[in-house]
Design a protein around this ligand. Structure first.
Ligand SMILES: [Zn+2]
Ligand SMILES: [Zn+2]
Ligand SMILES: [Zn+2]
Ligand SMILES: [Zn+2]
Length: 84
């Protein structure tokens, strides 16, 4: 039996998100990135590979742990660090 998509719970799941591991249907999957739409919307805007953990306080990009450094209570992305 086919499992239903874990996001819409209407269509059969066809793919597995490589980040969260959810089973998702074609509509909830970003094929060329191998991830579900939920992870897509939370992805780091610098590397596009990891889930974001914060927003850069300089440029407002979503950034992952690898692409940013702590700056007091906030974080700054690599791009802004190299650009100043
Ligand atoms: Zn779905
Ligand atoms: Zn996902
Ligand atoms: Zn990143
Ligand atoms: Zn930035």
């Amino acid at each position: 039996m086919t499992e239903l998509c874990e996001l819409c719970e209407e269509l059969p799941s066809e793919y597995t998100c490589r980040i969260c591991g959810r089973l998702v249907c074609r509509l909830d999957y970003v094929l060329n990135e191998g991830i579900c739409v939920v992870c897509k919307s939370a992805l780091c805007e610098v590397c596009g590979r990891e889930l974001s953990v914060a927003v850069c306080k300089m440029c407002g990009r979503l950034v992952c742990e690898l692409c940013s450094v702590e700056d007091g209570p906030a974080r700054i992305c690599k791009l802004c660090i190299s650009g100043r």
